[in-house]
Write a protein that binds this ligand. Structure first.
Ligand code: URA
Length: 198
């Protein structure tokens, strides 16, 4: 096990025991797993979604359900293999009924995401949906942080995290593309910006 593997495993162990989470009892009652993240620990590209859905909580794997199939299809359009990237979420446990994560859930789980980014040190963070976009842009404290995803999607923004310079690509959430073909087309165009990081 490399040092990175050990540090990422330590995050998993801590989230597993996160009894203070408002989502902990729901996880245990439903025999769900927390979903920490999956992929290449040296990835240049890290994708960040919102929170696990039912399929994800049952398998402990991020984006393994319907939205994940859209993500895989989009990755294929730019010739990126899922095993070369890292995929994670801000909130690591499934919120009941797939509701939006609450500000206090984001506050509780986001330090784990920051730790993951500090370990992996990607060149680009691709946010999936408005929650992860807002969170990451606030972390970077960039002037664009107050703008909406409809303005920022597909634009590569520059910022700094503790480990150095990083780019952010805001993307619509792939789940939206399941019922909106225009969003799928927009996502396909926006994914082109990732080609330079392969
Ligand atoms: N939606 C997300 O935001 N994350 C997942 O892991 C699955 C669906």
């Amino acid at each position: 096990m490399t040092d990175k593997d050990k540090r990422l495993k330590s995050i998993r162990d801590r989230v597993l025991n996160l009894k203070e989470s408002p989502l902990y009892e729901y996880r245990v009652a439903n025999h769900y797993f927390p979903v920490i993240g999956e992929g290449n620990h040296d990835a240049k590209i890290v994708f960040i979604g919102e929170a696990p859905g039912k399929n994800e909580a049952e398998t402990a794997r991020p984006f393994c359900g319907a939205a994940g199939k859209v993500l895989d299809k989009l990755l294929a359009t730019v010739g990126i293999d899922r095993k070369d990237v890292y995929v994670s979420n801000i909130v690591k446990d499934r919120p009941p009924d797939n509701r939006d994560p609450t500000p206090s859930e984001i506050e509780l789980y986001s330090p784990f995401l920051i730790e993951q980014l500090e370990i992996i040190q990607p060149k680009v963070i691709a946010t999936l949906g408005r929650f992860s976009m807002k969170f990451i842009l606030e972390q970077l404290n960039v002037p664009e942080q107050t703008q909406s995803i409809s303005i920022l999607h597909g634009r590569l923004l520059s910022g700094k995290l503790s480990f150095g310079d990083v780019k952010v690509l805001a993307l619509y959430h792939p789940a939206v593309a399941l019922y909106n073909g225009n969003t799928y087309n927009t996502l396909e165009k926006d994914f082109q910006a990732l080609k330079q990081f392969i």
